[in-house]
Design a protein around this ligand. Structure first.
Ligand code: CO
Length: 244
């Protein structure tokens, strides 16, 4: 645990090392965090005295970010955005599931009330959730959540099987998982209804490199009611073929 990583306890075939949260918070102590917060707020007020007063009145973000809960992928910081500029939902492995009332409620509020113009599903390489889904090692309750990623993998198993090694399989599954979630997002009743009434809204899929800090557009944007299912399926297959 001291290295910040945890070896796969059962020596799984993928030889994965699951990332665990760094221990910095324990070392800092909570009082230190409050002190840091005060310095941060003071710095912002020094630059723009009415910043928080303006924000307190309303939020008008144009973006909804659906990302992984991983501590290394904070939405605002990596896009260089301030508080008030992005509405955020995060869960393990950035899934958009049609039975997840939490995620669906965030999407509904963002689209119907805040009227965001873009929803970005952002995955990241070296995603512990994706790696765990591929390794298929029992970890408890979360296994049920990760089944959804295994469903994506199984759909394209013949392509994944041809990839050269497990690192390549994890990396490609991180990408393909984003694409599948963009499709799920586009098919939600909330997004479909917005498009049907002519509301300007686009969905996108991005992926973030933890080792270089770079966001990459996976080029799967969609912004109308035309069927996304067949085009996304073809896009995923072409993407996996290119990786061979
Ligand atoms: Co992740």
């Amino acid at each position: 645990m001291h290295s910040g990583q945890l070896d796969c306890a059962t020596g799984c075939a993928y030889g994965l090392r699951y990332a665990v949260e760094p221990r910095r918070v324990e070392q800092l102590k909570l009082d230190d965090l409050l002190t840091r917060n005060r310095k941060w707020a003071d710095k912002i007020i020094a630059e723009q005295p009415d910043f928080f007063e303006q924000l307190a009145r309303q939020q008008q973000p144009e973006l909804l970010w659906i990302g992984c809960a991983d501590s290394r992928v904070p939405a605002n910081e990596i896009m260089g955005l301030m508080p008030g500029e992005v509405f955020v939902h995060r869960n393990v492995a950035n899934l958009v599931l049609h039975t997840d009332l939490n995620c669906l409620s965030v999407i509904q509020y963002a689209v119907d009330v805040l009227k965001v113009k873009h929803i970005i599903v952002t995955g990241h390489y070296s995603c512990g959730g994706v790696a765990a889904a591929l390794a298929n090692e029992p970890m408890g309750l979360i296994d049920n959540w990760l089944r959804n990623i295994q469903d994506v993998w199984r759909r394209y198993k013949s392509y994944f099987d041809q990839l050269p090694d497990d690192n390549a399989r994890v990396a490609r599954l991180c990408e393909v998982n984003v694409m599948a979630q963009v499709m799920n997002l586009a098919e939600t009743t909330v997004v479909q209804a917005a498009w049907q009434r002519g509301q300007k809204l686009a969905v996108h899929g991005w992926i973030y490199g933890i080792d270089n800090g770079i966001l990459k557009d996976l080029d799967v944007s969609h912004q109308d009611t035309s069927s996304i299912r067949d085009t996304m399926d073809a896009r995923i297959k072409a993407h996996l073929r290119d990786a061979l």
